[in-house]
Each structure stands twice: as C-alpha cells, then as structure tokens.
Design a binder for this molecule. Sequence first.
Ligand code: CMX
Length: 441
Amino acid sequence: MNQLKEKFKNVSQPLAKDIKNMVKEHGDLELGTITISQLYGGMKSMKALVTETSLLDADEGIRFRGYTIPELREKLPAAEGCTEPLPEALFYLLLYNELPGKEETASMTHEFMTRSAVPQHVFDAIDQLPLTTHPMTQFSIAVMAMQTESEFAKAYREGISKKDYWDPMFDDVFNLIAKLPIVAAYIYRRTYKNNVHIPADPSLDWAANFAHMLGFESKEFKSLMRLYLTIHADHEGGNVSAHTTHLVGSALSDAYLSFAAGMNGLAGPLHGLANQEVIRWIFQMRDDLKNTNPSKEQIAAYIKQTLEDGKVVPGYGHAVLRKTDPRFTAQADFAKRYCPNDELVNIVWNVYEVAPPILDSTGKIKNPWPNVDAHSGALLVHFGMSEYDFYTVLFGVSRALGVLASLCWDRALGQGIERPKSVTTEWVQKFIEKKTVKVSK
Ligand code: CMX
C-alpha cells in the first residue's frame, strides 16, 4: 500500500470506530424538526447529512477543515513566486484533516501527475459529440466514458469486503482528479482552439499545468487558476453538486458515476452555471444599453428590469449565506492586485454597490449579497478566457477536490445508502388536519 493510502487508513479508521460508538450511545438524540415550509422549500437548513471536509456559516462563509479562505491563502503552501495556495495542498487538508507542508504538497502534485494518463476512448467519445455540445455536457460524458477505469467497480465485481471499500475508492478518487484537467483542457481546445492540443508539462503543479494545457502561459493566469481551483473546491455537503455526488455514491456507484452525476447538477443555472450566466447578463446589459461602460444608475435600472421580467440576477443570493461570499472577496482582492482598472471588473464592482439594496427591497430575497459566481467571469475575461460556456467546467475541476475527498470519507466511515422518506400532498393535508384538530380541542 502506498504511503498516501496508508496515511488515509490511519486517519479514517479511528474516526469510523468513534462514530460507531457515538451512534450506538446517542443515536436517538434529536437534532431538530422539519417544517412544512422546509418540505416544500428544498429542505433548506434541515440537518440530514454528515460531510467532514468543510462547514458553512451563514455570516462568515466557508471553513475548510476549520480554516477560512483568508487563513488558507496564508497557510497553504504556494508555488515559487506565487502568493496563491496550491489546490493540491487544499486537497491534502480536506482528505487528511491536516495542513500539508511543502513536501506533502509535492507528493500530491507528483501523485496526480503519475495517475494522469487518459485512455484514448475517452477522447474518441468526446469527438463523437457535435462541437456545439455545451462544454459541461462534454465534461460529464467524458467522466462517464472514463468509468471503464474504475478500480472500485472492478473490486466490487470481484467480491470485495465492506470494510475495504475505501481502498479502491481512494484509487478512483486520485485517478479521476489526476485526469480531469487533461479532459477539461481537451474539451476547451477542441471546442474553441481548432482542436489543437497542448501536451502536459510534468514539471508544473496541478493548476499551472492545467493553465498550460488550456493554452495560458502567463504567471498571472496560473496564479488565478491556483486561487480559482482552491476556492471552488468545497462548500459543505448540502449543495446540489456535493449532495448529488454523495447520494449517488451511497448506492455504491463508483467515483466516476457519482462525480458525473454531481457535475450534471453543477451544470444548472441556479448552481455552478451561474458563473457563465453572470457574464452573459453583463454582456447583454452592455448590448441592450449600447454602452460598454454603463453608469451605476443604468446598472440599477437594468437590475430592476431583470427582476420585473421575472428573471434572477445571476451571481446574487444564496441558500445558506447571508453576507458577501468570502470567495467573492478573495477574487475581488486578486482583481485589486492584478487588474484594478479593468472595465468589466469595475462593472462587477459597481453591480456589487447597487444590487444589494435593490434585491433587499423586494422583501423576499433572503440574501442580497454576491456569491462566488459574481466575480469569476470578469477575471477570466481579463486574462484572455472569454469563452464563458466553459467556465462551469473550471468550477467542476475544482469541485472534484471537495466532493471526491468526501467520497473517500463516505466509504471509509461506512456511510449507508440514502433513502429519506417522501410523502404526498394528500398525506401533508391529512397531517395538518389531524394537528389542527388536536390544537383546537
Ligand atoms: N435574483 C432574483 N430573485 C432571486 C434571487 C436573485 N439573485 N435570489 C433569490 N431570488 C428569489 C427566489 O427566486 C425566490 O423567489 P420566489 O419566491 O418567487 O420563488 C425568492 O427570492 C426567495 O429565494 P431565497 O430563499 O432567497 O433563495 P433560494 O435559497 O431559494 O435560492 C439561489 C438560492 C442561489 C438559487 C438564488 O439566490 C438564485 O437564484 N440566485 C441567482 C443564481 C445564482 O447566482 N446561483 C449561484 C449560487 C452559487 C452556486 O451554487 O454556485
């Protein structure tokens, strides 16, 4: 067993034992109740999942294994000459619950590089799709095509014992993360760069090599990729992409099947696709106003019109957050440093000034503040990636770090198949009848 795997076994098995004992002793303790609004409103804030890798606070934002984003930008190892953290260092933290040093981070970079070969049939499968296929659809199909490589599926067919599930899952997770940048870069270059591809550079870190294969060689774009792939990685367990990956994995579907399912959720406009929608909305605003640099008054009027048309203002609002997303702030910091005078970035900042009071004034939007997707597109356009339909694929490559680390933990902790109870509206109506009769007696 290689050292990385041995270490995961040593970290996860004691917790698995503790959880077993805790559930045995305290299994009947209640964590809360579910209201009828929650039942019809997407189960918001209902505590029904355990995800070890991160925890979201409505006001403070995400903490990865206890660390905020500003803390991680300080504490995680960075590449030579770059101030942004290395995403493979974040993966180490998520997986082992321990901040890595330079050596541990290098071992992750090395491990990803060694496992990165993608079988030819995956490229062939992508090539069968029309060029007009949305990049997220190409990405999801490519991940499905790679399922032929699943060590977990193979081991299950051969009759692996329950207690060892985590072991082939660990291999699937490392193999899949290692291959994703190559697949994503292939989709980008095929769709937008005349099918001219760029081979990997094994001397680079995971994110810099991804930038290189996409065709971006500047120091700044590589820094942006490191930041981007770090901050999009995880957002606790209840968001659509994380929950879907976990749910599908709970049927003992392997990492490829589970992650592809999660990516289909990320591709929805209320979730990850919002990053492309933000830029489309800004471009549309500039077109409609025939003004590439609209004033704050014009932006405010455009936001009001968007709401009047019954559409969402993309990049604003959140199911859990109630303040500005620290992932937005991290990107704004980056922009202040590298491109404070960029026109599009300034539009994003002006939207930030005028949108919250307008959204708040509707009286129904619970969070009028920007989320992660409000800023990312403007930075990507600034550094030369203007093909916004591709943006959610970048999000997906990053999200793999969080949801796949969690999938390792799911199998190591012996998490069971998910099967919540559903009811019909007739059942709810009868329930209300019974309750109200009781109260009025
Ligand atoms: N623009 C217009 N209306 C909005 C809104 C926005 N940005 N955010 C919320 N609302 C509306 C909802 O559509 C809902 O309207 P109805 O009552 O008419 O159905 C009402 O306000 C209440 O919604 P909420 O409780 O505040 O928000 P939800 O938890 O239901 O939804 C989210 C959260 C993110 C889907 C929603 O805020 C939204 O649609 N935002 C725009 C899309 C977006 O940026 N998504 C990315 C989120 C981050 C990510 O996952 O990547």
